[in-house]
Design a protein around this ligand. Sequence first.
Ligand SMILES: Nc1ncnc2c1ncn2[C@@H]1O[C@H](COP(=O)(O)OP(=O)(O)OP(=O)(O)O)[C@@H](O)[C@H]1O
Ligand SMILES: [Mg+2]
Length: 461
Amino acid sequence: MGGKILIVDDEKLMRISLESQLKKEGYYVKSIDNAVDGLKIVKTGEYDIVVTDLRLSGMSGIDFLKEIKKYDQEIIVVIMTAYGTLESAVSAIKEGAYDYIAKPFSTDELIIKLQRALHHKNTAAEVNRLRKEVQAEFEFCNIIGNSEAMKRVLETVKSVSGRDTTVLLRGESGTGKEKIAGAIHYHSNRRTGPFIRVSCAALNREILESELFGHERGAFTGAVKTRRGRFELANGGSIFLDDVDDIPLDMQVKLLRVLQERAFERVGGEETLCVDVRIICATKKDLLEQVKEGCFREDLFYRLNVVPINIPPLRERKEDIPLLINYFLKKYVSQYEDALPDVSQDALNALFAYNWPGNVRELENVIEHAVAFSESKGISLETLPEYLRRIDIHADLLSMDLSNKQTISLQETLTEVEKKLIQWAHQKANGNQVKMAELLGVPRTTLRNRLIKLQLFEKAL
Ligand SMILES: Nc1ncnc2c1ncn2[C@@H]1O[C@H](COP(=O)(O)OP(=O)(O)OP(=O)(O)O)[C@@H](O)[C@H]1O
Ligand SMILES: [Mg+2]
């Protein structure tokens, strides 16, 4: 494993011998006799590791170290100390040196340290890169939605993330519950702590309990060693309990205690463990309904329902579809393409007409599919999956989801329906008003009056 190493030492012999031996081992090495020039070289940003003596002329080794760390936290610094000056090595480590080596040392000794340091640096860089990637995924700007409903959801998410409150996310499959849970965690003070996800639906009873709370060795057959549960792993961060309604009734008591006291015991354990976690839950069901049916504890429900966030299904916020299409096109179109592909009108019509039972996840899959089949010719109806091509785009013209409505304004609803019918005629007649009037069975003057009243196609008038 090669790497770029800078050696700083005012002993000429030491420099020459280290440089030649490390070069033989395949490292790229440069050596210099003073810290001032050393710092200039460090600032080229090319070096992975600086191996420096602590006693230097001009600038002390410790000051040199501080300057390096000011410039770049990630450069690894290994200190060479004279025999018997361990205290200075200790203070160097406190200032951020990665390791030290006492003179005199063999090259092999140094090489072992360098290999370890390089490995550490690569892993740290990788972890950093992954963390940034994960965080970017959960940035607010990556939660797409401009509909009133989604704006409200985002406002709540923003205002609640900074606090430690328990959050209950409700929404159908694919509406973005996990994404929003992640956004809450990554915008909280716990963002550098762990974000642990548990799908309560995917695990059977025994596994779920030991998964959540851990188990002691010998707690059950197969428990060959003590295992920490997800609550312990989430300490200092957040835990996301997906499909929380699937937790069996008797285990709900244990969860309630965690919510109240942040305390629990491992399966088969006596010791009470305390954790500092923020709890975010998600459910596809109506939890209150579950309470009424006796499958969910009422006290637990109230504990979880401190801040409920309802994520509406995509069919109730179709105005978000264009933004989402654009977002997913950017995600799936190769970064080497110059521009995003065009989406044809009939493809758009089909995407609008569909009622998206799988919500945003389904739309994402459809766009990924379309990009794969578009061969950079743009998204046309033919690039959509078969089942979407068959949809009659006017099939849902008059269908409305009334299940979640408390009240309905007859006037507003009739106006909506009228608008849809006029739009239908407009499309079918290619904007020709004589034909539109014919299609709708009304005199042309009536149509014109309605168009003015409803402020439709004003440019065409
Ligand atoms: N508003 C959004 N903006 C951008 N991407 C979204 C949005 N909502 C969901 N997604 C994407 O859709 C996919 C499904 O989202 P997620 O996994 O969060 O849904 P879910 O509600 O947890 O689904 P399930 O209930 O099936 O677990 C993910 O790839 C996610 O990134
Ligand atoms: Mg999910």
